[in-house]
Design a protein around this ligand. Structure first.
Ligand code: COA
Ligand code: AMP
Length: 627
């Protein structure tokens, strides 16, 4: 790899296929790629179309074969349960082989889907790897979703099996996963053949005879299963993410391109090597968890920390620094919201100074834009590079960032850095032409997307084309808006659709509106993201009552909050609904959501000339107590 960011980008630009051919040499293929890219396959092309490999072999078995069997592959640290475990590569190989064997004995084979619904326990990573070993396609569902959301994913993915835990642990409460799973299966037209359940000490659940089995018993009794040879273009997983409608998008990930991109990013971006300890404080239910709790660190032979806890309250704002010190973490990756939570409780870093952070070299942030205040605060406190990098579920790894393996360029707080090799990112005007440097536009990536990015959506090529490729022919539309400045730094400022970002979680306001609109007393509604000092944004629902509903407003508002929690889940953090007399609309009947958002943020909105009734803004302002 050439030295320096500019040289690296120049080498990729000069010959993209040669760049990825070289990066592909770090992967153990059963059939190495002869062709690097085939533009004729899929909505925009496929990477490594003739190559073959197994992901679990690359992430686990080959390290054991190379003598790393005794090294920790995973360190589980759970301040919330008081547990800690160290799992070596040899132990991980045995566990994944047995779990793959247990799945195979229950009829799961290559190409079959498996839903994983688990908290932050090592078995979640084992389950992912076991699927990869078999060639089964996993779909991990985040624990903070409600039964209806889990059900929608079961209905869409049609899994043969589900691997779940009896419960998850949140501060002060046990989240009983098994009843949620039972309710989700009951709601879904598709039923899995079997459910393997990890019984946790905090709460053991009933198992349904004929369908449910104890996961650990099944693993203990299983024959270890070898790695199954797969095409590089075979799917590794589906990860559902919020689209602009209530139906979640099944983002599909291939195997070979993902392995190449992640392995490459471990050294180029994070500056990590085999034997290093990497900690991504996120959740396996999100893309960040897939890429940098599970696959990335293991592909590179690192030790990955699996943390079941929070940045604050488990037990205090020193939790992250304690974990870094105790396990010798070299690179920490988390969401800005977690840092803001720490900053609020420990602004001067007293907790931080209690811990030996001599091994920590850098902090990476993603999930939402890091506000400059928090970036400056963290840099001052840690006296190490604090790197905001921009990415999406669809891309699987960063679009822009700063590259420890190529020598860092100076950070600009508030910017997500410069493009990674593989990405030609531009801000486009409405007509699809790049705007001059420094001007705002729709952020788009010139096709093809690099290896690692979603080749399509699960069973939905047309939806992929409509959602991402239709707006600007020849480009992938990220859905984010922002600026590329004269030096090439990207400033990712907002979404161009109705997606909001709450505590680093991507949520659809359209989906919340569908839930509110389903309430019998609601005539119409709008959900907007309002600025929040901790979570970045939080949703606010504004509803208009049906005439004659005659409801006590406070009671109705509480019902609406409960309804969103029941249908979407606690992760929506939907805590505020207000009854308003009318919604502001254009004369053609379109709800003025941007105007509402400004109003709710306490800003003076520019009254659009197309508004049908300017007085309504004062009335809504009065309801919100800001006018
Ligand atoms: N299972 C079940 N419920 C969960 C859950 C899980 N895995 N994760 C979160 N929840 C619940 C929380 O308990 C909370 O419920 P509540 O309304 O009853 O309090 C709700 O979902 C909202 O969670 P969240 O928005 O994450 O807030 P929080 O109050 O739990 O924690 C922070 C606040 C700032 C500490 C937290 O948001 C945080 O650290 N976020 C990190 C974000 C992140 O990792 N993003 C991934 C992209 S990198
Ligand atoms: P998700 O698919 O859940 O990872 O969410 C992706 C979205 O989160 C992006 O499209 C952005 O809107 C936002 N996002 C993620 N990381 C960043 C970042 N570093 N800077 C700005 N926005 C970000």
């Amino acid at each position: 790899m050439p030295d320096g960011y500019d040289a690296t980008m120049a080498s990729w630009r000069r010959d993209p296929e040669a760049y990825w051919r070289l990066a592909a040499q770090d992967i153990a293929w059963s059939a190495p790629p002869q062709r690097i890219f085939d533009a004729a396959q899929g909505p925009y092309g496929r990477w490594f179309p003739d190559a073959r490999l197994n992901m679990c072999h690359n992430a686990v078995d080959r390290h054991v074969a190379a003598g790393r069997g005794a090294q920790a592959a995973l360190i589980w640290d759970s301040p919330i349960s008081g547990g800690q475990r160290r799992i070596t590569y040899a132990e991980l190989q045995d566990a994944t082989a047995r779990l793959a064997g247990a799945l195979a004995a229950r009829g799961v084979g290559a190409g079959d889907r498996v839903i994983i619904y688990m908290p932050m326990v090592p078995e979640a990573v084992m389950a992912m790897l076991a699927c990869a070993r078999l060639g089964a396609v996993h779909s991990v569902v985040f624990g903070g979703f409600a039964a209806a959301e889990l059900s929608a994913r079961i209905a869409d993915a049609e899994p043969k099996a589900v691997i779940a835990a009896s419960c998850g642990l949140e501060p002060g409460r046990i989240v009983k996963y098994k009843p949620l799973l039972d309710a989700a299966i009951a709601l879904s037209p598709h039923k899995p053949d079997c459910c393997l359940i990890l019984q946790r000490d905090a709460w053991r659940c009933e198992l349904e005879p004929g369908r449910d089995e104890d996961l650990l018993d099944a693993m203990a009794a299983a024959e270890p299963h070898p790695c199954v040879d797969r095409a590089a273009t075979d799917p590794l997983y589906i990860l559902y993410t919020s689209g602009t409608t209530g139906k979640p998008k099944g983002v599909l990930r291939d195997t070979g391109g993902y392995a190449v991109a992640l392995h490459h990013s471990m050294s180029l971006l994070y500056g990590l090597r085999a034997g290093d300890v990497s900690w991504t404080a996120s959740d396996v239910g999100w893309v960040v968890g897939h890429s940098y709790i599970a696959y990335g660190p293991l592909l590179a032979g690192c030790t990955s920390v699996v943390y079941e806890g929070k940045p604050v309250g488990t037990p205090d704002a020193g939790a992250f620094w304690r974990v870094c010190a105790e396990h010798g973490v070299k690179v920490l990756f988390t969401a800005p919201t977690a840092l803001r939570a720490i900053k609020k409780e420990d602004p001067e870093g007293q907790q931080l100074r209690r811990h030996d952070l001599s091994k920590l070299e850098a902090l990476f942030l993603a999930g939402e834009r890091c506000d400059p205040d928090t970036a400056v605060w963290a840099t001052r406190l840690l006296d190490r590079p604090v790197i905001d990098h921009w990415w999406q579920t669809e891309t699987g790894w960063c679009i822009t960032g700063n590259f420890r393996g190529a020598g860092l360029f100076p950070a600009r707080p508030g910017s997500g850095g410069k493009p990674a090799p593989g990405y030609d990112v531009q801000a486009l005007g409405d007509a699809g032409q790049p705007v001059p440097a420094g001007q705002s536009g729709s952020l788009a990536i010139r096709l093809p997307l690099p290896p690692g990015c979603a080749p399509t959506l699960f069973r939905a090529d047309d939806r992929f084309r409509d959602a991402y490729l239709a707006a600007f022919p020849g480009w992938y539309n990220t859905g984010d808006a922002g600026i590329i400045d004269a030096e090439g730094y990207a400033w990712v400022m907002s979404r161009t659709d109705d997606i909001i970002n709450v505590a680093g979680h991507r949520l659809s306001t359209g989906q919340m509106e569908e839930v509110l609109a389903s309430h019998r007393d609601v005539a119409e509604c709008a959900v907007v993201g309002v600025k929040d000092a901790l979570k970045g944004q939080v949703p606010l629902g504004l509803v208009v009552l049906k005439s004659g509903a005659g409801r006590d407003e406070a009671a109705l508002e509480a019902e609406l909050v409960a309804l969103v929690r029941e249908r979407i889940g606690p992760v929506a953090a939907f805590k505020a609904a207000r009854v308003v007399p009318r919604l502001p609309k254009t004369r053609s009947g379109k709800i003025l959501r941007a105007t509402l958002r400004k109003l709710a943020d306490g800003e003076q909105p520019v009254v659009p000339p197309t508004i049908d009734d300017p007085m309504i803004l004062d009335e809504i302002g009065a309801v919100l107590g800001i006018r």
